[in-house]
Design a protein around this ligand. Structure first.
Ligand code: PLP
Length: 430
C-alpha cells in the first residue's frame, strides 16, 4: 500500500503561505488529502513520497495525450526561444485558429482566451448583446466556471433545489450575491418539453449546456434532445451555446457537436485543446463572433493567444489524428468494460456510463442516470472509499466518479489498473 506522508507534511507546512496548500478548491479532495507531485510522464504522475501513480485525473480532463508528450514539449521549447508575450498578433495564433475552424463544425470564427470560465462569460455576453435579452438558461449539474453569475445549481443539495419540474437556483459558494443569479434560469437537463416551455416566453438570450453532461456523471443526451433544443432556439430567437470544455477533443476530434451532429450557434473549448496549456476558445457563427470586432462587444485578456500556448495547441491538435482516437478509445473501452465486470464480480452495485475517453462510475445505482437528480441518489461515500482504496494501490481517480483516459493508458496500464480495481472493489464491497 502506498504512503503519502511527505505530501501530507508539505501540505501542512505550506498551508502557511497557500490557502489550504492548494491553488484551486477542486484539488482539496481525496481521502488521503492533496498530493504533491514532482513530475509526470505518459500515464503516470510521480509524487514527493517516491510513488508512481497511474493518473486518471489527466489534468482534470486536459491531458488527452498524457503527461509530457514529446511533440508538444518540443513545440513549446522552440516557441519560447522566440519570445513570450507580444501583445500583438503572430502567425502562430492564425495557424492555431485555422486548425480549430477547419475542425469544429460550429467554428466559422473564433477568439482565444485562457480559461473555460472566462470564455463562458464571453459567450453569455455575446448572446445577450446579440439578442438584447438578459436571461440565460442553464441546467442542474452543469458547470460553466466559478464566476458569480454562473456558479449556480452545479451540484445543489436536492433539499434546496425545489421540485424537478420547476427547480430553483442554488448558489455554489458563499459570497455570491443573490442578485447575480437574476439573469439566470435553471432547468433539468434532457427534458425537451421544459426547454420548449421556457423558451416560448420569448425572453431567453441563450441556452447554455454541456452537450453531454460530464461534470456530474457522464450522461449522453437523449435521442432527439439536442436537435429539439436547437429547433426551439431557432423558433424563439435564442442563441444555443455548447460548453465543450470537457467534451471538446475528448468525445472525438469534433467534440460533442460532431459526435451528435448538432451545430450550436456558439461553443466554448478549453482543457484538452492544448493538452494542459492554458488555452480556451469561443467559436461560432461569423455574424455573432464579428460583434467582438465591430458590434461593440468587448472581449479582452492580456494572455489571450500567448504564442507559447498557441504552439502547444498546434502540436496537440496535430497529434489528435483519427488513429489517436481509435487507439485511445480502444484502451478506454477495455477499461470501462473491465471495470464493470470487476465491480459486478465483487458484488458492488454500480453503473459505468459515458464515453471512450471519459466515463463515470456511480455506486449504488441500478440504472444509468439521465439527469443530475437521478445521479444525486448514488452512493457517494461508498465511491469515495473505493477511490481511496485505488489510490493506496497507485491509481488516482476523482472522488466524484469521473475517469479521464489518454492515449498513454495502453493495454499494460489498463491491466495494472484493473488489478487495482479488483482489489479495491473487494475491499469496499458490502
Ligand atoms: N465548463 C466546463 C464544462 C468545465 O468542466 C469547466 C472546468 O472544469 C469549465 C467550464 C471552467 O473551465 P476552467 O476551469 O478552465 O475555468
Amino acid at each position: 500500500m502506498l504512503k503519502f506522508d511527505e505530501s501530507a507534511r508539505i501540505i501542512a507546512s505550506e498551508s502557511r503561505y497557500v490557502s489550504g496548500g492548494v491553488n484551486s478548491n477542486f484539488r482539496l479532495g481525496m481521502g488521503h488529502g492533496p498530493l504533491v507531485f514532482t513530475h509526470g510522464q505518459g500515464p503516470y504522475l510521480f509524487d514527493v513520497d517516491g510513488n508512481r501513480i497511474i493518473d486518471y485525473y489527466c489534468g482534470m480532463g486536459a491531458m488527452v495525450l498524457g503527461h509530457s508528450p514529446a511533440g508538444v514539449l518540443q513545440a513549446v521549447k522552440d516557441q519560447v526561444e522566440k519570445g513570450i508575450l507580444y501583445a500583438g498578433q503572430s502567425p502562430v495564433e492564425y495557424e492555431a485558429a485555422r486548425i480549430i475552424c477547419e475542425r469544429i463544425p460550429s467554428a466559422e470564427r473564433l477568439r482565444f482566451g485562457s480559461s473555460g470560465s472566462e470564455v463562458a462569460q464571453a459567450a453569455m455576453r455575446l448572446a445577450r448583446a446579440a439578442t438584447g435579452r438578459r436571461t440565460v438558461v442553464k441546467f442542474e449539474g452543469h458547470y460553466h466556471g466559478w464566476f458569480d453569475n454562473i456558479l449556480w445549481s452545479t451540484a445543489p443539495a436536492l433539499a434546496d433545489a425545489g421540485p424537478g419540474d420547476d427547480p430553483v437556483l442554488v448558489s455554489g459558494s458563499k459570497g455570491q450575491p443573490r442578485e447575480d443569479s437574476d439573469g439566470l434560469d435553471v432547468l433539468q437537463w434532457n427534458d425537451l418539453a421544459a426547454v420548449e416551455a421556457r423558451l416560448s416566453r420569448g425572453d431567453v438570450a441563450a441556452v447554455l449546456m454541456e452537450a453531454a453532461m460530464c461534470n456530474q456523471g457522464a450522461i449522453a443526451p437523449m435521442p432527439g434532445y439536442l436537435e429539439g433544443v436547437q429547433a426551439a432556439c431557432r423558433k424563439y430567437g435564442t442563441i444555443l451555446i455548447f460548453d465543450e470544455v470537457i467534451t471538446g477533443f475528448r468525445l472525438g476530434g469534433q467534440g460533442a457537436q460532431g459526435r451528435f451532429d448538432v451545430t450550436p450557434d456558439l461553443s466554448i473549448f478549453a482543457k484538452a485543446i492544448a493538452n494542459g496549456f492554458p488555452v480556451a476558445a469561443i467559436v461560432g457563427r461569423a455574424d455573432l463572433m464579428d460583434m467582438f470586432a465591430t458590434g461593440g462587444v468587448l472581449h479582452g485578456g492580456t494572455f489571450n493567444s500567448q504564442p507559447v500556448t498557441m504552439a502547444a495547441m498546434i502540436a496537440t491538435q496535430k497529434a489528435l489524428t483519427p488513429e489517436h482516437y481509435e487507439k485511445s478509445s480502444a484502451y478506454g473501452v477495455r477499461l470501462r468494460n473491465g471495470m464493470r465486470d470487476a465491480l459486478a464480480e465483487a458484488g458492488v452495485r454500480a453503473q459505468v456510463t459515458g464515453f471512450e475517453l471519459m466515463f463515470h462510475v456511480a455506486f449504488g445505482m441500478d440504472a444509468p442516470a439521465r439527469n443530475y437528480r437521478n445521479l444525486a441518489g448514488s452512493d457517494k461515500a461508498g465511491y469515495a472509499r473505493f477511490a481511496k482504496a485505488l489510490l493506496s494501490r497507485g491509481v488516482r481517480v476523482l472522488e466524484r466518479g469521473a475517469w479521464f483516459v489518454s492515449s498513454e493508458h495502453d493495454d499494460d496500464v489498463v491491466d495494472q489498473t484493473l488489478e487495482a480495481v479488483r482489489a479495491a472493489a473487494k475491499e469496499v464491497a458490502p
